[in-house]
Design a protein around this ligand. Structure first.
Ligand code: FE
Ligand code: CA
Length: 526
C-alpha cells in the first residue's frame, strides 16, 4: 500500500468499483456472494457524496508495522465493528499473547474489497496493557467496507462494517445468552449466513460460572474458577471469543451490544450481589467485569471507571426507518423484590408494588422518555434485557421477580413514556431463554429471543401455561436460537430461528414461526 493516500483519489476509485464489491458488507464469510456483481452505478448510496474530509482517525499514514515481530498471532480473538452512526463506526480487536509489550502499535485498514486491492483509509492506534491491549477506533465511512488490523508482523481476519444510514430494508438479528458449556454456537453460524445489516446482542455474552465437568447437557467446559477480577473476566471473554462461529458473527457486520447480568454475576442488581456476604467486595468486582465487557465489545462508550456510572444506554438511527434505543436494566436497578422467588402463584409481597423501586434508574428513565418523545422514525426498537410484557397471573402473582413484572410501577412509567411512539414500538428482549411474542396493548409488540446456547430456564412442560398467559401471543420453550428481524417502511417481520439440537455442532437450524407487524399498528401482531 502507498504510504500516503489522497482521500479524493480513494473516493473516486471507490465509486469506480461500484456497488458490486460493496454489497458484501455483511457477509458471514470472507467471500463475496454470487449476487455481488451489480453493475457500477447501482451503489446503494449514490446521493451521499462525502462532504467532509477524512477524519483525524482515518488520516493517511504508513501501514508498515512499527513494532518488533510477535512470535504468535495476536489476533486470535477476531475482529468486530459496532455502534455505527451515519458516517462512522467503531472497529474493535483485542491482541492476546504472552509476548505482548506494554504498548503496541496496531494498524487498521479499510478497503472496498476483501482482498484490500483498493484500500480506502488506514491509520495506527496504540493498544496498551492497561486496556487489555484492546482497540476501539472510530473510523469514518460512507458505505460498506472491509477492514482488518496488522501488528507485529501479523494480519487479522477480515471484518465487514457499514454506516447506519437510511435504507428500504434493514436486516437486524437479535441474540442473547450464549453459555459456553451448554451448547454450540450453531445459531451464530446461521446468523452470519443470513448476512444481516446489524446484530443487537441483548446480554449474557459470557457466563461467570466455574468450570463444570463435561457431561449431561454440557458439551464443553469453562476455563477455570468463577471470575471475580479483571484477569479472570478477561480470560472468560477470551475463551468465548475463541469460538469460530461467534467470531464469524462478530466479523460479519456492526453489532449493538448491551449487557445483562451474567457479564458480572447472576441476577445482581445495581451494587447488590446475589450473595449478601459478598457485598463489600462487589463494587470492585463489578467494575472489573464492566471493564472486561468494554474491552471486548465494539462499543462507543466511555471506559468504565471507579466513581462514575458506566453509560451503556444509547441510541442509534437508520434514517427515518428505525430508531434503535438500547437500555441498561442491570446497573441501576433496585434489588429484586420479595426474595426473588420464581414461579410463585401467590400474590406478591407489597415491596413489589413500591413505586420507589426502579429498573433503569431516574437518569436513564428520563433519557428514554426524552429519546422516545423526540423520535420521528417509522419504527422504534427498544432493545433491553428482561420481559416487559405483563405475565402476572389474575391474582397478581409474579412468576419471575427479575423481569419487569417485579418492577411493575417502573414498567408503568416506561409504558407512559412510550405513548409518543405508540403502535410504532417493537421491544427486543433476551435473558429468559425462551422464544416468545408478547402483546403491549395500544403500545407495541415484544419479541423475546431464545438463548443462543444457554439451557432453558422455564421447564418445557410449562409451554402450554406460558402460551396461555393473557398477553402472550406465542411461546416456544424447547429450542435455542435467535431472531431475524426484517424492517421496511411498511412492515416489521420477525423470523424465529431454532437449532434442532444445540449439543450437535452440525445441527440443522430452521424457522419456528414468522410474525409480521404493519407500520402504524405494531400492537397488532400476526
Ligand atoms: Fe442468560
Ligand atoms: Ca440473564
Amino acid at each position: 500500500m502507498a504510504p500516503h493516500r489522497d482521500p479524493e483519489l480513494s473516493r473516486r476509485a471507490l465509486l469506480a468499483l461500484g456497488a458490486g464489491l460493496l454489497a458484501a458488507a455483511c457477509s458471514g464469510d470472507d467471500e463475496a456472494a454470487p449476487d455481488d456483481t451489480a453493475p457500477a452505478g447501482s451503489s446503494p448510496r449514490p446521493s451521499s457524496p462525502p462532504t467532509s474530509p477524512a477524519p483525524a482517525t482515518a488520516a493517511p499514514t504508513t501501514a508498515a508495522p512499527t513494532t518488533a515481530p510477535l512470535p504468535a498471532d495476536p489476533f486470535r480473538l477476531g475482529v468486530a465493528s459496532g455502534d455505527p452512526d451515519a458516517t462512522s463506526v467503531v472497529l474493535w480487536t483485542r491482541l492476546v499473547g504472552t509476548e505482548l509489550p506494554d504498548t503496541i502499535d496496531v494498524t487498521w485498514e479499510l478497503a472496498a474489497d476483501d482482498n484490500f486491492a483498493e484500500p480506502l483509509a488506514t491509520g495506527t492506534v496504540t493498544a496498551s496493557a492497561a486496556h487489555g491491549h484492546s482497540v476501539h477506533v472510530v473510523v469514518e465511512l460512507d458505505g460498506p467496507v472491509a477492514y482488518r488490523f496488522h501488528a507485529g508482523g501479523h494480519t487479522s481476519r477480515v471484518g465487514h462494517a457499514a454506516p447506519a444510514t437510511a435504507r428500504s430494508s434493514l436486516k437486524l438479528a437479535a441474540a442473547s445468552c450464549q453459555h459456553w458449556e451448554t451448547g454450540f454456537y450453531t445459531a451464530h453460524r446461521d446468523l452470519a449466513a443470513w448476512r444481516p445489516d446489524a446484530v443487537v446482542f441483548l446480554g449474557d455474552f459470557i457466563y461467570e460460572g466455574a468450570a463444570q465437568p463435561v457431561g449431561d447437557d454440557r458439551v464443553r467446559a469453562h476455563d477455570g474458577p468463577e471470575p471475580t477480577d479483571l484477569t479472570g473476566y478477561r480470560a472468560r471473554y477470551a475463551l468465548y471469543l475463541s469460538d469460530p462461529d461467534l467470531q464469524a458473527a462478530r466479523a460479519a457486520c456492526p453489532w449493538f451490544p448491551i449487557w445483562d447480568d451474567h457479564e458480572v454475576e447472576n441476577n445482581y442488581a445495581g451494587l447488590v450481589p446475589q450473595d449478601p456476604a459478598e457485598a463489600d467486595a462487589f463494587p470492585a468486582r463489578r467494575l472489573a467485569a464492566y471493564q472486561a465487557w468494554w474491552e471486548h465489545m465494539p462499543v462507543r462508550i466511555e471506559r468504565p471507571e471507579a466513581g462514575r456510572p458506566t453509560v451503556v444506554h444509547r441510541a442509534a438511527r437508520y434514517g427515518d426507518l428505525v430508531d434503535l434505543v438500547l437500555l441498561d436494566g442491570r446497573q441501576h436497578r433496585s434489588d429484586q423484590a420479595c426474595g426473588d422467588v420464581t414461579l410463585s402463584t401467590d400474590p406478591p409481597c407489597p415491596e413489589a408494588l413500591d413505586p420507589a423501586r426502579t429498573m433503569l434508574g431516574p437518569e436513564q428513565e428520563q433519557w428514554v422518555a426524552d429519546t422516545l418523545a423526540a423520535s420521528g422514525a417509522t419504527w422504534v426498537a427498544l432493545a433491553q434485557q428482561t420481559v416487559l410484557t405483563d405475565l402476572r397471573l389474575p391474582n397478581g402473582a409474579i412468576l419471575n421477580f427479575d423481569q419487569w413484572d417485579g418492577y411493575a410501577p417502573a414498567r408503568e412509567r416506561l409504558l407512559a413514556a412510550a405513548a409518543p411512539v405508540a403502535r410504532r414500538l417493537v421491544v427486543l428482549t433476551g435473558d429468559i431463554h425462551l422464544a416468545g411474542v408478547g402483546h403491549l396493548p395500544g403500545i407495541g409488540t415484544e419479541f423475546v429471543t431464545t438463548s443462543v446456547s444457554s439451557r432453558g430456564l422455564v421447564p418445557a412442560e410449562l409451554e402450554p401455561l406460558v402460551a396461555s398467559l393473557e398477553h402472550i401471543v406465542a411461546a416456544e420453550l424447547r429450542h435455542r436460537g435467535y431472531v431475524r428481524h426484517t424492517v421496511t417502511p411498511s412492515s416489521w417481520t420477525a423470523e424465529y430461528r431454532i437449532v434442532a439440537d444445540v449439543h450437535d455442532p452440525d445441527s440443522a437450524v430452521s424457522t419456528w414461526r414468522t410474525f409480521t407487524l404493519q407500520a402504524g399498528a405494531s400492537d397488532a401482531v400476526a
